[in-house]
Design a protein. Structure first.
Lengths: 424, 180
């Protein structure tokens, strides 16, 4: 009869299928990961970390986007913001997805399977154990199991808490239409931005940078912020496309919204390139072995030939993740034409996953050669796909389950008219 | 006719309200005029669309400037470091796209800005010290409370009498012939 009743009959079934896909994907990835755990093979366990990271980065990006919009008092994205608030419902489930990794790291008998530094008896390239490693001892004040345990809990408390607060301020305003909720959202965002910046920076130090714990980069937190913003914006574009063609944003999401989202996508494409290149450039120019090894394993094998990660970096990141979106988004029509914009959003998401591969997966396995290790080559396994799709299914389910909890757009927001009538 | 012959520049009609000039602009656009303009005391939202003005092609000048700047940067760093005075610095190659990238990047930005700035000058026909519409006695009030529509004589649809009656049919007042 009306679009809303149509959605009520259709909504739960789509959500059910999303959850089913989520369970199937996580089931397969979980089985593979368990086998990997038993056989001491970290690759299938890394698939799980990768699947988590893809959706976690989108979530973190969206969290930052919402807070930035609140702090700037942005009027144009109000109708879009509500969709992101629904997406933030996934954070508690992301915490659940992370739980198995957390349990392996903190409570299993193979703590070094993912993060080697957690296992004092883990053998490093060169034959040393972690407990004999001078570099580990100088980082031990931060990189120790007890602190790690509380840190990870703290990170998820902050992300889930900020998501819940922002959702609450926005959803409650519909029943209690006073300006105070807008001010509260603004103030919580102003406090939440630096808090989440610090928390996310340290989280990616723990989750990703400490995978090669000898290495350090001050750009790393900003790199993750940049790539998360790109992923969050691209996912926003995808959500808005489908909600405006067959959902509740039909007739609301217009050309000017797409143009502004497109400009943000473009800005963060440049920002990501700036950050990623800076990190590479400074390490390349300084040429200090304790930093360059991180890029060396992403370029060269022990026999001094280029490995697959070199191709991933050059064609996947430089060309695919930067040059193509950069030139594509320069053009006005590509930002405002819905299907063209959708294409580049999917493109950015695909290469975002490649960026995560590049940062998470290359690792050294001890070997008897001149450098003492071999680099694990780039590969996309079934467990990777299952984990990415599986966590995605759970996130989509959380999003759809959240939809009926609030009006399609924040109708009581004081700036809602400016957003509906947004024009260039 | 024996004095200095003055060329007709165009016809100007005055409008009193924003909706009046907005709808008049739509009709001038639909009548197929190309060389014409609207003068308003303040920016009118949507007037571009009502006038049928397409998006500016200025960004193309920016892109050209940016690409030119990038190539200038590459050429400059290659000439200096690898050709004119080859010098090994920090164990790096004489020239690679990486170590002098900040130079390429900065010159891209600089030349893109030049492209935009000078492109805008060229597109607007600047610098220009005089325009025939300045002779219109009511031009000053177009900066205050009047909206003017100007149709230039160079437009192929222009015909002094027909355009005059067309403008008055749109509700234009005080229709004046401007000479140059």
């Amino acid at each position: 009869m009306s679009p809303s009743t149509d959605q009520q009959t259709k909504g739960p079934s789509v959500a059910f299928f999303a959850l089913l896909i989520g369970f199937l994907g996580l089931g397969f990835a979980g089985y593979q990961g368990y086998q990997g755990f038993l056989l001491n093979d970290s690759r299938p366990v890394m698939s799980w970390l990768l699947g988590f990271s893809v959706w976690f980065s989108i979530g973190v990006g969206m969290l930052f986007i919402i807070m930035i919009w609140h702090v700037f008092g942005a009027s144009w994205p109000i109708i879009i913001r509500r969709q992101l608030e629904h997406a933030l419902a996934a954070f508690p489930y992301l915490a659940l997805v992370f739980l198995p990794l957390f349990l392996i790291a903190c409570f299993s008998n193979k703590p070094g399977l993912i993060w080697h530094w957690l296992d004092p008896e883990y053998i490093l390239p060169g034959g040393q154990m972690v407990s004999e490693d001078v570099l580990y001892h100088s980082k031990e004040a931060f990189l120790n199991k007890g602190f790690f345990f509380y840190r990870v809990i703290g990170y998820f408390v902050v992300w889930c808490g900020m998501s819940a607060i922002l959702r609450h301020c926005s959803f409650v305003q519909e029943k209690d239409p006073v300006l105070a909720w807008t001010h509260r959202a603004h103030n919580f965002s102003a406090a939440g931005l630096p808090l989440c910046a610090v928390v996310t920076t340290f989280a990616v130090f723990d989750f990703y940078m400490s995978l090669s714990y000898h290495w350090f980069s001050t750009m790393y937190g900003v790199w993750f912020f940049a790539t998360s913003m790109r992923a969050g914006l691209a996912a926003t574009v995808v959500i808005c496309y489908f909600l405006s063609t067959r959902g509740h944003l039909k007739g609301l999401y217009n050309k000017a919204h797409r143009y502004d989202l497109g400009s943000l996508c473009f800005a963060f494409t440049v920002f990501w390139a700036y950050i990623s290149f800076c990190q590479y450039f400074l390490i390349y120019n300084a040429n200090i072995p304790e930093e360059t090894f991180w890029y060396n394993i992403r370029e060269l094998n022990a026999n001094w030939e280029q490995n697959t990660w070199w191709l991933v970096g050059l064609w996947g990141l430089v060309a695919g993740y930067f040059l193509v979106p950069f030139f594509y988004l320069l053009f006005y029509k590509n930002k405002v034409t819905p299907h063209r914009f959708l294409f580049i959003a999917f493109w950015i998401l695909a290469f975002h996953i490649i960026d995560l591969y590049y940062n998470i997966l290359p690792s050294q396995t001890v070997a008897d050669n001149v450098v003492g290790y071999v680099v694990n080559e780039f590969s996309i396994t079934l467990a990777d796909i299952a984990a990415i799709v599986g966590v995605g299914g759970v996130c989509v389910w959380a999003f759809l389950k959240s939809l009926p909890k609030a009006a399609p757009i924040p109708i009581r927001d004081p700036r809602i008219n400016l957003s509906i009538h947004h024009h260039e | 006719m024996d004095t200095v012959e003055k060329k007709i520049f165009g016809l100007v009609a005055a409008f009193k309200t924003t909706p009046a000039v907005y709808h008049a602009a739509e009709k001038v656009r639909d009548a197929g005029f190309k060389k014409w303009d609207v003068f308003t005391p303040f920016p009118v939202h949507g007037l571009d669309h009502a006038m049928g003005v397409k998006r500016s092609t200025l960004p193309r000048m920016t892109l050209c400037g940016g690409l030119l700047g990038f190539m200038t940067g590459c050429l400059m760093t290659w000439y200096m470091n690898a050709y004119d005075y080859p010098l090994i610095v920090g164990g790096k190659p004489f020239w690679s796209p990486i170590f002098p990238f900040p130079v390429h990047y900065e010159l891209t930005i600089l030349f893109a800005a030049f492209g935009t700035f000078f492109g805008m000058f060229i597109y607007n026909g600047l610098p220009r010290h005089h325009h025939p519409i300045f002779d219109h006695p009511r031009f000053a009030s177009a900066m205050d409370d009047t909206f003017l529509v100007l149709i230039e004589a160079e437009d192929p649809h222009f015909d002094a009498e027909k355009t005059h009656s067309f403008l008055s049919g749109l509700g234009g007042q005080d229709i004046t012939l401007i000479e140059q």
